[in-house]
Design a protein around this ligand. Structure first.
Ligand code: I6G
Length: 681
């Protein structure tokens, strides 16, 4: 290949453009003080891209044009943190804060006031960034604190994270820690789009940020507009940092990293409490979720003196906010019909602002919950948003009950199809008995079938499903694959291009996995994780269809109720017909690999899971242990073989320590599973 020589003035121009872009990025993202318009910034960016296109040898991997572009990964690799990423002790009251200060003074044997750095605690995802000679070389999740996932390609897409640090006295290796998050406004837009597509909304911005960082294709992460506040350093080699927490944070800022603008230094625990109250007032106005504030001893030498407990530093504490609440009036209760006919009461409320968010709906879960609350329409109710965006009614102000309050009565007929509503003796959930005759159930089943974690049919959201069902074009999932362009363009607001896109998305969705297909069928009680276990166990769909109770009960996570649901589903003639038609339409998946897992490797052992795991969900960890024959129990006894302790593990960990039961952290569990051939990616 002929290399084009780069004229020196072109190289200098590219370097200058890169510096300008990095500087304006810093002014905009880190200092929140933009000096040029978006259009002027875009013009600089376009110029640099044009030069790099003309002279590809100019491209460096820390060029601002190179944030997105890496090929999608097959899986994330694990990263061991050279210094563990700790957790924080929690305080819930002024007394806890006073205690914190008292312990510090006692340990330091001093009566002098202690200086604390205070900052908001961002409700996001903790990460570590490693810079070598100023260049970002690795991004990793906190994971279990000992090891996390390598998310370098994903953090590179985040514009507030510099690909190269600037300024003086950079250490040769510097690990920066902080919280990646999604702004409230961006979160609302992401959820709006998800709902339009018919996908499930994220429960809160933290889940949205975590989900976005766990994308194997960094181009998807780039679309999510994540950002980051840095709050401390980990590893520092080949350079010195200031001797105070405050100084370190501001040094990070001069190097191009983003720190929170509300950081303050105060003296003593009562000033800390004042800061807490101030941030609690400020909280609704912030464009990001915070769940409390963090206090750290400012003097790094004192921090060193104080040292650490097993998982938490003695020199820092998180003071958490209580759940946000507000009173309003229950205007009406509506009954929604889900995919499996479950009838859920939903509270329609007089709009009320709680934690800066206007709430006008809340779930009431089921009629037992309505009875437990002693709730009547017209009541004054207390609504809570506990970090989550799905609010709930937590109490009734019985003294304020109006004279015309009305009892809430479960309808005896389905509000969508009029079929009888039944409440089985052993269930709390009432169901519409209309089955597939109920248009609400049909719509919900189709929405589920098309959703992202099921067949992932792009463009087939709730609105379109509603149109297709209402027009009588689609009654079951197999009908989707029979749709024609002519039928689609005849729908209101459906342009030929959209019709074609949908047909292409339907065609694309035919190449799936066995686990997704099983999940898409919407069998009651068969969620994503059970569908995966069924696929791994049976490998073959025909074998699953024909499975008897004994075989089903051998699948991890499947008990008698779930086994019964699966058998009933596959015995139903209507379901059999739809499945045959789906398979005939060309839905296919790669053969599920037979694994070398020994299903009796941990036979006779009893395991307990506690705390929050970060790589696996608790259910996944449970299923994987069960796939090796272990029993997973909810409480620790002297017969427990081992306890797996995640983050913020509670009394089960203490029980294990007292009883001398071995305790593993998540990374040790992952290693054990991998040793036994269980996939953990
Ligand atoms: O989880 C955390 C949130 C915020 C932190 C933290 C923090 O500082 C503002 N700081 C430390 C040292 C740790 N976790 C371990």
């Amino acid at each position: 290949m002929k290399l084009i020589e780069i004229p020196p003035q072109i190289a200098a121009q590219a370097a200058q453009l890169r510096d300008q872009i990095n500087r304006h990025n810093y002014l905009y993202h880190s200092l929140d003080k933009p000096q040029i318009s978006d259009a002027a910034f875009d013009a600089l960016f376009r110029q640099l891209r044009a030069l790099e296109a003309q002279y590809p040898a100019l491209v460096t991997d820390d060029s601002p044009t190179q944030r997105v572009g890496a090929a999608p990964l097959a899986s994330f690799s694990q990263v061991r943190h050279e210094l563990p990423m700790l957790s924080l002790e929690n305080a819930f009251s002024a007394a806890d804060l006073e205690d914190f200060e008292r312990r510090i003074k006692a340990r330091l044997e001093t009566d002098k006031q202690i200086e604390f750095v205070c900052e908001p605690k961002i409700d996001g995802v903790a990460v570590s960034l490693l810079y070598e000679d100023g260049k970002l070389v690795r991004g990793a999740t906190r994971g279990d604190g000992t090891s996390g996932e390598d998310i370098t390609q994903n953090v590179r897409t985040i514009e507030s994270i510099p690909l190269r640090l600037h300024g003086e006295n950079l250490p040769s290796r510097l690990e920066v820690r902080g919280e990646i998050y999604i702004a409230k406004r961006t979160f609302a837009a992401i959820n709006h789009e998800a709902l339009q597509r018919g996908d499930k909304a994220f429960a809160n911005p933290r889940n949205a940020a975590a989900g976005s960082l766990r994308q194997l294709d960094a181009r998807l992460t780039a679309k999510r507009k994540l950002t980051m506040f840095c709050y401390s350093v980990g590893l520092v080699e080949g350079g010195d940092l200031p001797a105070t927490q405050w100084g370190i944070l501001h040094r990070l800022q001069t190097w191009g990293l983003r720190i929170n603008p509300f950081i303050e230094v105060v003296c003593g625990s009562s000033a800390c409490r004042e800061y807490f109250d101030k941030m609690a007032t400020q909280r609704p106005e912030l464009d990001y979720e915070i769940d409390g504030v963090v206090f750290k001893v400012n003097d790094i030498n004192l921090q060193r003196h104080l040292g650490m407990l097993t998982r938490t530093p003695r020199w820092a504490i998180a003071h958490k906010f209580p759940a946000e609440e507000g009173y309003t009036r229950l205007l009406e209760v509506e009954f929604q019909v889900g995919r499996t006919g479950a009838i859920t009461p939903v509270a329609r409320l007089e709009p009320v602002k709680v934690g800066g968010v206007t709430i006008s709906n809340a779930t009431l879960h089921n009629m037992d919950e309505v009875a437990r609350l002693n709730l009547m329409t017209g009541d004054r109710v207390l609504v809570q948003r506990a970090g989550d965006v799905i609010p709930k009614v937590v109490a009734v102000d019985a003294a304020a009950r109006p004279a015309d309050a009305r009892a809430i009565v479960l309808p005896d007929h389905c509000p969508a199809c009029g079929a009888e509503v039944v409440l089985a003796a052993d269930e709390v959930i009432a169901r519409c008995s209309g089955g597939l005759y109920c248009s609400a159930q049909r719509k919900e089943s189709l929405r589920h079938f098309a959703s992202r974690l099921a067949m992932d049919i792009e463009g087939l959201g709730s609105k379109l499903v509603q149109q297709l069902v209402d027009e009588g074009l689609v009654n079951n999932p197999a009908d989707l694959y029979r749709l024609t362009e002519a039928q689609l363009v005849a729908l209101e607001r459906m342009a030929p291009k959209s019709a074609n896109n949908l047909l292409m998305a339907l065609e694309k969705s035919k190449a799936t996995t066995l686990a997704r297909f099983i999940y898409a069928l919407g069998i009651q009680e068969v969620g994503e994780s059970t569908a995966r276990n069924l696929a791994l166990f049976f490998h073959d769909f025909a074998a699953l269809r024909a499975a008897d109770d004994e075989q089903l009960l051998a699948v991890p996570d499947v008990g008698p109720v779930v086994a019964g649901r699966i058998r009933t589903f596959f015995h139903q003639p209507d379901n059999q017909k739809v499945i045959d038609e789906l398979l005939a339409s060309g839905i296919h998946w790669p053969q599920v690999a037979s694994s070398d897992v020994d299903p009796a490797a941990l036979k006779g052992q009893s395991w307990v899971l506690t705390g929050t795991l970060s790589v696996l969900t608790r259910n996944e960890a449970k299923a994987k242990l069960q796939s090796l024959g272990a029993k997973v129990s909810g409480s620790v006894s002297k017969n427990t073989t081992c306890v797996v302790a995640g983050d913020a593990a509670g009394s089960k960990l203490t029980d294990a320590q007292q009883l001398g039961v071995p305790v593993l952290d998540e990374s040790a569990l992952l290693a054990l599973l991998a040793e036994h051939g269980v996939e953990v990616a």
